[in-house]
Design a protein around this ligand. Structure first.
Ligand code: 5GP
Length: 116
């Protein structure tokens, strides 16, 4: 499937759309979700143009999971929770709405976050 350069996260990476950035390095970006399922809900994305996990390079995957770990640790500490949920959808059938791969970092229980 071809990558849509006009998707929201591509625009955020290019600086054409605002976001509340919490971490950035050469390969990845982390920012607050605009419609959080719980306080502290953060998204991590690679800067590489990849729609899903299946499109992401090995290097991009390694850099992304490294940032996911770093940001999840920061979220755990900042939100003072014992558990942190990671959610990641690949493809519309799975529930992906923004066609640029992203990891959700959600403090606490996912079921509890979704019941609110
Ligand atoms: P998905 O269902 O694709 O896994 O989740 C996409 C996520 O991106 C949703 O949680 C949604 O709230 C978030 N989102 C969509 N548009 C924007 C935006 O413009 N800015 C930010 N920060 N988050 C967004």
């Amino acid at each position: 499937m071809s990558y849509d350069n006009d998707n929201i996260f591509a625009k955020i990476i290019r600086g054409e759309m605002d976001c509340l950035k919490v971490y950035e390095d050469q390969y990845t970006l982390a920012f607050m979700d605009i419609m959080p399922q719980a306080d502290g809900h953060t998204l991590v994305i690679p800067k590489e143009a990849a729609e899903t996990l299946f499109d992401l390079s090995e290097e991009g995957a390694a850099a992304t999971i490294k940032t996911v770990k770093k940001v999840a640790e920061a979220v755990k500490q900042a939100m003072q929770v014992e558990g942190v949920s990671l959610v990641q959808f690949n493809g519309a059938q799975a529930g992906q709405t923004v066609p640029h791969i992203h990891f959700h970092i959600i403090p606490g229980s996912l079921a509890e976050a979704r019941s609110h």
